[in-house]
Design a protein around this ligand. Structure first.
Ligand SMILES: [Zn+2]
Ligand SMILES: [Zn+2]
Length: 249
């Protein structure tokens, strides 16, 4: 049991919900206050793997959810930002994987070296400047990498760079389920208001135009549903909604 797990057991129930099954063999645990941080558990043999590692405050709840589903086999990072690697260090020695282009940031500053908080309004700058270090679990030791086209528990790895250089999604062709980390947002990070799909805020993007192109790449796969790292999924005509996000936001 990690120090993080021991230090926060009373918060486990408050800081996260779930697991809630959202597709065949896929569960979500929602964390944060309000609960806009999404992590996913995916059936992986007799246990489950974790895709996207949320914030450190979710560590206890994720450990409990994974134990209920047979135990954690591995962690796959959608990308290495503070709010997406949070629980990984506290769940050691579970091995952690990411895209090759994300290794340095996952093991380093979580991508903070290209963040530009000056593009946020003063309130958002203060809020997120304060929260990001609180959410972060710190640098993660990467055990191995996964790249475009690799199979991960029946899902295909899709490289969706831009928000982060090694951002990946998982796409299952049999039913069109896509888990895509911060490929797009369905919430405003400064206000917490939920809404339509949009390009992630440029304050946190390594390359916003590339992020826009990656939303189009995801749309071309015609997912039946696209679940991101925060807030609500995109459902219905997912491809059209993603094309609109790329074109108008
Ligand atoms: Zn991010
Ligand atoms: Zn995020």
């Amino acid at each position: 049991m990690s120090p993080t797990f021991r230090a926060r057991p009373r918060l486990a129930g408050l800081a996260a919900s779930g697991p809630e099954e959202i597709a065949d063999g896929v569960w979500i645990v929602r964390g944060g206050l309000p609960k806009t941080m999404n992590v996913y558990l995916v059936r992986d043999g007799n246990g489950v793997l974790l895709f996207d590692a949320g914030i450190v405050q979710m560590t206890g709840a994720v450990a409990i959810a994974a134990a209920k589903l047979g135990g954690l086999t591995r962690i796959v990072l959608g990308h290495g930002h503070a709010d997406h690697r949070g629980v990984a260090p506290g769940l050691a020695p579970v091995p952690v994987y990411c895209h090759p282009d994300e290794v340095a940031d996952a093991e380093g500053d979580g991508g903070a070296h290209y963040f530009d908080l000056s593009t946020l309004d003063p309130h958002g700058r203060f809020l997120l400047g304060t929260l990001l270090p609180i959410w972060d679990g710190g640098p993660v030791q990467i055990a191995g990498t996964v790249s475009e086209g690799d199979d991960v528990a029946g899902f295909e790895v899709v490289h969706l760079p831009g928000h982060a250089p090694g951002l990946i999604g998982l796409f299952r062709r049999s039913d069109g389920v896509a888990l895509v980390s911060d490929c797009f947002y369905t919430t405003d990070p400064q206000t917490g208001l939920h809404g339509h799909a949009r390009v992630p805020h440029r304050a946190f993007n390594q390359d916003t135009e590339q992020a826009r192109a990656s939303i189009r790449k995801l749309a071309a796969l015609k997912p039946s549903v696209a679940w991101a790292g925060h807030a609500d999924p995109v459902t219905g005509d997912v491809a059209a909604k993603l094309e609109q996000a790329a074109a108008t936001t």
